[in-house]
Design a protein around this ligand. Structure first.
Ligand SMILES: Nc1ncnc2c1ncn2[C@@H]1O[C@H](COP(=O)(O)OP(=O)(O)OP(=O)(O)O)[C@@H](O)[C@H]1O
Ligand SMILES: [Mg+2]
Length: 261
């Protein structure tokens, strides 16, 4: 299908990688983490696009206090071009915002699904890293995006519900891609210490090893930090408002391991 999206595409092949951020359980910190990872990668000089893949309850724009003129839904509806849909953030990365309540991505029609695929292909031609913040749950769209990603990051906390849901994401991914690639990895967020975060990862990893025969590696532990809530309330980037916060430092360290020099 030749579409407006494809006609805007540069002729070169994709060079970027797509990172999907999922969790199963809601409220574990996916959106905050995706935003902060985008910022940390931009600080390392990478060309980064953050795409709000939670069209049901999009909130990248809300966490950052943006009022984007256009968004992903307009791009998918082909009423704006890729360039017009972008928001250039002062943190040094671009955003394709979503719109809360604009639709259930789990039931996208085939044409819109094809357009999502085209948008991602185009994004990967233009950016070194495309981060997709996914919604909670495990609807078909979330699973598709996990499969399409070059790297899946599953965010979990030490709450039993989070661990159970993170395991469910990994189990379905293992089934969908058969077997789960080593690029599927775990981020432990809101940990009380590195040691407790590592224990949380070990618990999740043991369940995966026992039932799936594979154990996704830990990308990093992010400590619980009140400054995260403060930055979100002020609708700004954590590392701009609190450059030396614990959680910010943890994301910086984690980003280095995801993006070695
Ligand atoms: N490291 C942290 N320390 C303290 N609080 C945190 C941390 N990470 C996230 N939070 C808190 O968790 C809350 C939920 O964050 P966020 O909205 O990013 O989660 P989410 O997984 O994207 O939720 P949803 O599934 O609803 O999209 C925020 O209000 C934030 O303050
Ligand atoms: Mg979110």
């Amino acid at each position: 299908m030749s579409s407006a999206i494809e006609r805007h595409a540069a002729p070169q092949t994709a060079v970027g990688r797509m990172i999907a951020v999922a969790s199963g359980k809601g409220g574990v910190g996916k959106t905050w983490f995706a935003i902060t990872l985008a910022h940390a990668l931009a600080q390392r000089g990478r060309r980064v696009l953050l795409l709000d893949g939670d069209l049901g309850l999009a909130n990248v724009d809300i966490q950052l206090g943006l009022m984007p003129e256009h968004d992903l839904s307009a791009l998918l509806a082909a009423t704006v071009s890729f360039e017009q849909a972008l928001h250039h953030h002062a943190g040094g990365f671009d955003i394709l915002a979503g719109r809360s309540g604009s639709g259930d991505l789990g039931s996208l029609d085939p044409i819109t699904q094809e357009r999502v695929r085209q948008v991602l292909e185009l994004a990967k031609r233009r950016y070194e890293t495309v981060i997709v913040d996914l919604g909670a749950g495990l609807d078909p769209f979330v699973r598709q995006m996990c499969c399409r990603a070059d790297q899946l990051l599953v965010v979990a906390t030490d709450e039993p519900t989070s661990l159970t849901d993170a395991y469910a994401v990994l189990k379905l991914h293992h089934r969908d891609v058969a077997p789960m690639p080593s690029s599927a990895r775990i981020v432990i967020n809101q940990a009380t210490s590195y040691a407790s975060g590592e224990r949380t990862h070990a618990t999740l990893s043991r369940a995966c090893q026992t039932f799936l025969g594979t154990s996704p590696r830990l990308v990093g532990v992010i400590r619980r930090d009140d400054k995260v809530q403060d930055a979100i309330r002020r609708q700004t980037l954590l590392m701009l408002r609190h450059p030396t916060s614990n959680a910010g430092q943890d994301v910086t360290i984690l980003t280095r391991s995801l993006d070695p020099d």
